[in-house]
Ligand binder design. Structure first.
Ligand SMILES: Cc1cc2nc3c(=O)[nH]c(=O)nc-3n(C[C@H](O)[C@H](O)[C@H](O)COP(=O)(O)OP(=O)(O)OC[C@H]3O[C@@H](n4cnc5c(N)ncnc54)[C@H](O)[C@@H]3O)c2cc1C
Length: 358
């Protein structure tokens, strides 16, 4: 079957790009090395906001704010089309000390997408005494469910997904990609999009230029309560607790520069559990349901690269979303689609081209 677009990598970046292209009437095939939606996009916590937005450059918060703005309608559309509920919920996020209250307050006052209140942490069922910050608009989603819905929608729109198909070479002639060499033979299309997450630089090989995308491991723990033990997402430094509707509680996460090693470690498990327990004593003695690790596609300052390759006219990249690839997914797909079709962008997108030269 002929394709207009071949998409390399079936995580949230690849599937959301495929969905947008299919909705424009393009013929799309996704090539996935393993099974779609089983890497970072599965492993993430699904918080739809940067952890402390005031710590990030505008290039990041503009994209996360746009993503968060598009999310509710996106999820509704997926739910209606597939019957699968990704459990989007505006649960709010409580930020516990230590934090720089003045910086946070000033920043939130000038960024409408991130309203904030000062609250007393003692009111929130936690062992925390100090004042806290509350971000009421922060939402969450359940990644595995979102990915299942997205996959189903892509397929129902006529998208073709080929799993167990690893791309090993991008064959170029006359400044255009001609074919992809894969473990399932060669494939060609008019246009190509690399959405291979932490592996994007390796997939691009000699065409990666100065792109700096590398894996940063994150580990997560999962517990199950009878009732949600918290009303809101709780954040303290890099530690977060995410309550799901059905009583599941996620505890994350680590930031580890260990290459492509996806193993979990006892040290991380103990550290996350002990720190979480200090805030939520009811975690003491509970059974750990699951412990996993995922590889984030890390890029400098958390700024992804979204757009056309500087030298190869029919090759695009949508990758390097690091800690916020779920939040950024609908906005990144929108920007890439606008680039491809020449449509107007929601804001200046030149910062998302800089990654080729870093
Ligand atoms: C522990 C953890 C917590 C996180 N929490 C959050 C959060 O709360 N909020 C948020 O917004 N983000 C969060 N993230 C970040 C987010 O999950 C990632 O930024 C996002 O999932 C990246 O999506 P992706 O599609 O680029 O990568 P991936 O989901 O990793 O997908 C890339 C795909 O490409 C495939 N692939 C690789 N090489 C090849 C090849 N040669 N040929 C074919 N296919 C290939 C892979 O198999 C994979 O399926 C978290 C991440 C982790 C690990």
């Amino acid at each position: 079957m002929n394709s207009d677009f071949l998409i390399i990598g079936g995580g949230i970046a690849g599937l959301s790009t495929a969905q947008r292209l299919l909705m424009q009437g393009a013929l799309v095939t996704v090539l996935e090395r393993g099974e779609v939606g089983q890497e970072a996009s599965w492993a993430g916590g699904g918080i739809l906001s940067p952890l402390c937005p005031w710590n990030y450059p505008d290039e990041v918060t503009r994209l996360t704010a746009r993503g968060a703005e598009l999310f509710a309608a996106w999820v509704q559309e997926l739910h209606a089309a597939t019957g699968l509920d990704p459990e989007y919920e505006v649960s709010g996020m409580l930020v516990l000390a230590p934090f720089d209250a003045q910086t946070a307050e000033q920043w939130c006052a000038t960024h409408n997408a991130y309203p904030m209140d000062q609250v007393r942490a003692t009111e929130y069922n936690l062992l925390a005494q100090d004042d806290a910050l509350y971000l009421p608009k922060v939402a969450q989603v359940r990644n595995p469910r979102l990915l299942r819905a997205l996959r189903q929608h892509v397929e129902s729109l006529g998208g073709r997904i080929i799993e167990k198909c690893a791309v090993s070479d991008i064959v170029v002639e006359n400044e255009r990609v001609q074919t992809l060499t894969t473990t399932s033979g060669t494939f060609n299309a008019k246009e190509y999009v690399v959405t291979a997450g932490a592996w994007s630089k390796e997939v691009l090989g000699r065409h990666a230029l100065r792109l700096n995308i590398k894996p940063i491991r994150g580990q997560m723990l999962l517990f199950k309560f009878d009732m949600p033990p918290l009303r809101h997402i709780v954040l303290q430094d890099d530690l977060y607790l995410i309550p799901r509707r059905d009583g599941h509680l996620l505890v994350g996460s680590t930031l580890e520069d260990v290459g492509f090693d996806q193993r979990t470690t006892r040290e991380a498990r103990d550290m996350l559990w002990q720190r979480a327990q200090k805030l939520l004593p009811s975690l003491h003695g509970m059974s750990l349901i699951q412990h996993w690790a995922g590889l984030r596609p890390a890029s400098p300052h958390n700024i992804p690269t979204i757009g056309r390759h500087p030298h190869l006219g029919n090759l695009y990249l949508n990758s390097g979303h690091f800690r916020y690839g779920v939040t950024m997914a609908p906005a990144s797909a929108e920007i890439l689609l606008n680039t491809i079709t020449g449509a107007e962008q929601p804001f200046d997108i030149t910062p998302y081209q800089a990654g080729w030269n870093t």
